[in-house]
Design a protein around this ligand. Structure first.
Ligand code: PLP
Length: 391
């Protein structure tokens, strides 16, 4: 018998991290790789946030923090949800965790038991189904292709609901498609969830990365019933270029937030103390944060358009113009090559790293991250065009 547990045997390692690691290894070996696989901004963390963390270290903020987070950060986050999204939020509803990923896992663990079903829209962020399985629950994947802009319709949600359904995961803006639900679309899905007493895990980690003037809305803002059933997860990684800091957030009705903090108290104690003091500066010095964010958004928007045009100029590729995050999700099914094979041949022959759509539950697509320089993007597009021409 295997020495490994059911959990270890059943979990699939993150395919996005694997492709990115392979690309980085090729690069380290001296290859000229165009990396479109990384889910992280290519910008550095804004200076005022780094300086606040450095100051915290100098001030001896090097001890355990309260499990749910340092009080001023929980207060700042509660104020943000109240001011920006109009959601009256008490600090007791806020938990700071070591990363958006862990925020998702804690939420799923707090809500799901063996036997429960979780509706996971595909294309999904790779970790959702694995986290559901790690909680002993069952992911119920519902695929939305480019035919519906990679978004679920209320009918698709209705059709997936069974008496075992406990939770639905929503992620707008989406990784990997970049799709953003409109308020009306989100309201309609939230209404279905509320009608069937489902909880909603709304992963809003890309909340600030929006283009074409679209604005972010949270399902929690639609009604009192929706608020009682929605857990908002987010984090500092994507918006503030803080991927290595490992800081995530959760906003939930107080009893759920308390349960999440209790789980965290046994699993990791608290998110790194001085990192939290650094993150606090993102809010206390919001003008500087906003300036850094705006600069990043200008670059992302330019690259989004560059990559979108470049992809659609390649015969056989069809790519929608997504309005959020830093990903595009082109359809490459016309080449008749399975996407896994497409990506490994692309990396081998042209040294372009992209993640296959099937890693996200949607075969026939690629995820292109445009969080890299314009120059690398253009070079990668040229190589991709040459590769597609050879198929
Ligand atoms: N949720 C989504 C949709 C993501 O894309 C990511 C990162 O790739 C995360 C959560 C987790 O982010 P982190 O754990 O780096 O805060």
């Amino acid at each position: 018998p295997s020495p490994l547990s059911t959990w270890a045997l059943n979990v699939s390692p993150s395919p996005t991290l694997a492709v990115d690691a392979k690309a980085k290894a090729l690069k380290a070996a001296g290859e000229d790789v165009c990396g479109f696989a990384a889910g992280e901004p290519d910008f550095d963390t804004p200076d005022h946030i780094k300086e606040a963390a450095a100051q915290a270290l100098r001030d001896g903020k090097t001890k355990y923090a309260p499990t749910p987070g340092i009080p001023p950060l929980r207060e700042a986050l509660a104020a943000k949800y109240a001011d920006v999204y109009g959601l009256e939020t008490k600090p007791a509803q806020v938990v700071v965790s070591p990363g958006g990923k862990f925020s998702c896992y804690l939420t799923i663990l707090a809500l799901c038991s063996p036997g429960d079903e979780v509706i996971v829209p595909a294309p999904f962020w790779v970790s959702y189904p694995e986290m559901v399985k790690l909680a002993g629950a069952t992911p119920k994947v519902v695929v939305a292709t480019d035919a519906t802009g990679f978004k679920l319709t209320p009918d698709m949600v209705e059709a997936a609901i069974t008496p075992k359904s406990k939770l639905i995961i929503l992620n707008s803006p989406s990784n990997p498609s970049g799709a953003v639900y409109t308020r009306e679309e989100l309201e309609a899905i939230t209404a279905v969830a509320v009608k069937h007493n489902l909880y909603i895990m709304s992963d809003e980690i890309y909340e600030h990365l929006l283009y074409d003037g679209v604005t972010h809305v949270s399902p929690a803002s639609f009604s009192a019933e929706a608020r009682e059933r929605t857990i908002i997860v987010s984090g500092f990684a994507k918006t503030f270029s803080m991927t290595g800091w490992r800081l995530g957030t959760i906003v939930a009705p107080t009893p759920i937030a308390t349960a999440i903090a209790d789980l965290q108290s046994q699993m990791t104690s608290n998110a790194t103390t001085f990192a939290q003091w650094g993150a606090l500066a993102a809010y206390t010095e919001w003008d500087k944060t906003k300036a850094a964010l705006d600069e990043m958004l200008v670059a992302f928007d330019r690259r989004r358009k560059l990559v979108h045009a470049g992809l659609n100029a390649i015969s056989g590729i069809d790519c929608q113009l997504a309005q959020g995050a830093f990903y595009l999700f082109p359809n490459v099914s016309s080449f008749g090559v399975p996407d896994m094979e497409f990506c490994s041949r692309l990396l081998e022959s042209e040294k372009v790293a992209a993640v296959p759509g099937s890693a996200f539950g949607t075969e026939g697509f690629l995820r292109i991250s445009y969080a890299t320089s314009d120059e690398t993007l253009q070079k990668g597009l040229d190589r991709l065009a040459r590769f597609c021409g050879s198929l």
